[in-house]
Design a binder for this molecule. Sequence first.
Ligand code: ARG
Length: 466
Amino acid sequence: MAKSSQVTWGGRFSAGPADLMLQFSESVTFDQRLALFDIAGSKAHSAMLAHVGLITAKERGAIHAGLDAIQAEIVAGKFTWETKLEDVHMNIEQALTQRVPAAAKLHTARSRNDQVATDMRLFFKHACAELAKKIAAAQRALLTLAGANRDVLIPGYTHLQRAQPVFLAHHLFAWLEMLERDRARLAEVAAHANWCPLGAGAIAGTTLPIDREFTAKALGFVDARGRPQVTQNSMDTVADRDLFIEFAGACALFGVHVSRIAEDLILWSSAEFKYVELPDAFCTGSSLMPQKKNPDSCELLRGKSARLQGNLHTLLTLTKGLPLTYNRDLQEDKPPVFDSFDQSALCAEVLAGTVGGITLHRDRCAAAVRDPALLATDLADYLVRKGVAFREAHHAVGAVVRLAEKNNVRLNQLAPDDVQAVHPAFGPDWLDVFDLQRALAKREGTGMPGPKQIARQFARWRKVLK
Ligand code: ARG
């Protein structure tokens, strides 16, 4: 059935799109969340048009007032979004046109292509800052947990086998490092977003005498010294989706980090480890087994990372092989990005909430870390200090471990004579190695888990996260 042609681009059409096509091609259901960025962009653009004399100051004033009114309606949830107007840009422009005659001039020297690129860059700057804040809150929860359990030692693991003793704080600080890199990555993405696309037009700019720097400044696309930053190639500007991929990439990697943290917590909360008690508020029970307390928040944190990776993959696949410049395929770039933002934000909050409610089973940690075998490497170092070559020392300690296993005793329960029989360099002081506090105090190089290093890291993180 023929429909009346579309208002914004319908001039060359004798019929409007089919209902099915409208339903298929609309994006307003998901891109309406760009509304406030779109309005900010339109205000800056119209201010620039007035600045260069393409519209009058009065027209600019009317456009701004109209946009402010629309913004107020959107914020109050009173704005009616129309699917037949396709997207957020046309919904707002149409609403404005109905109220303000000057709105017919708003799209001068602008295309939806540079408009959507602008909206998204503003979105990315906002989203990166929001996520970084939420990740910092999760980091603070971890720092608090570390601070409340400063003296707790646990085994560190390789191959999920007990390896060497560390302060719990050292393990938690490893997580802080991962999350700190995520924040740095997001800051990078925000910096890459900080270039203004407006003026690129549909593909080749405009013949009209616009001032791109003016618009860039008005929208905050400026460097540290306040100088405007505008994109340098109009074709790249409307075709480029690197930011989408970088943002989704930063979220995916954050997801991987969260997933690894969650996995540690799942293990630590199991009866087999029982180092931690997760908060009831972030766990669920079983509908069948009354005794169960399941670490659902952690499992979902682990699961969400798959979704974040999927979003990245969607964007990579969407973009590969597309001819320059804009193609409508690119409208599909928004749902994965919005989902990555929403889910990452939720993950950061849930991580903070879960960590905030953790209590330690200190007795279980102490029992696990008491195993003298965890200090076998320190015993080898002991022999090295006595002049034994490390390979030989490693071999000798291996033999001592085997002997202890054969005699069914702990490493430090072997008779001194038996140990000395394995290697003559073992002296009467060999048992000193098994003093945990002394052992840790020997690891004071930068980045190691010695108590002085831990104190240094506490100070550093308190400063970074204040
Ligand atoms: N809704 C569109 C998108 O998100 C806006 C750009 C439309 N441009 C066009 N040439 N049809 O991609």
